[in-house]
Design a protein around this ligand. Sequence first.
Ligand code: DGL
Length: 258
Amino acid sequence: MAGPILVFDSGVGGLSVVQALRRRLPEAALVYACDNAMLPYGHRGDAWLVQRIRVVCEAAVAASGCSALVVACNTASTLALDVLRECLSIPVVGTVPAIKPAARMSLTRHIGLLATSATVSRPYTLQLIEDFAADCRVTRVAADILVTEAERLVVGEPPDQATLRQALSPLWDDPELDTVVLGCTHFPLLGPWLVDAAPHQVAWVDSGDAIARRVAQVVPALAPRQGDEPSLVTARDVRLGRGLATFGFAAPRLLQLV
Ligand code: DGL
């Protein structure tokens, strides 16, 4: 029998991928899981993270009975996709920075990558740049503070516009830069605020729709969506529960890790 699609992130960032999945597959049942006890992932060591992501994803897959796992986190995907595919027997769809579409779109051949400090310097990311944007200048900007701002937004606090402006400022040294990759799933949640904080118009590119398309390809049978959908967390947080409810998720259950 077909199970739901499990969407996993360190925190609320995967909700931007949930939005993309619901646009493309509105009838599909979803489960949301986040490792909020260990958020943010962006500063953590690689070996620790690989082990943690494996343990949390294995537990969430078992608890949800899902048919596919979407790793809705660039920081996790650029590090742990191979390990997850080895230890899980269901399709695993990852999230990687949208360098390829951004390089296709850029007219000036100068693009920005806005992501966590881990993602901007991962070998996986550098390889993507070499493979798909070799003829572009790519300005990589670590903006971990935007993870905090997106977390605040989902629990009902408006983002701090001065913080956003400061986080984005290294992108604007060259006025020719015309395309910005949102290489962290938290950042699309801040979309209108990012547009406001930019000094001129640029194209903002994220991976949400590409992930939804990939899920539609690799998941043969989708379980139908019914009412509020389950969510799983690694630490109790009443405010997060209220935030998840605004995205159509039921009160979170605490995930038991082994
Ligand atoms: N949402 C995650 C990503 O796409 C990262 C957030 C974190 O640092 O935990 O990279």
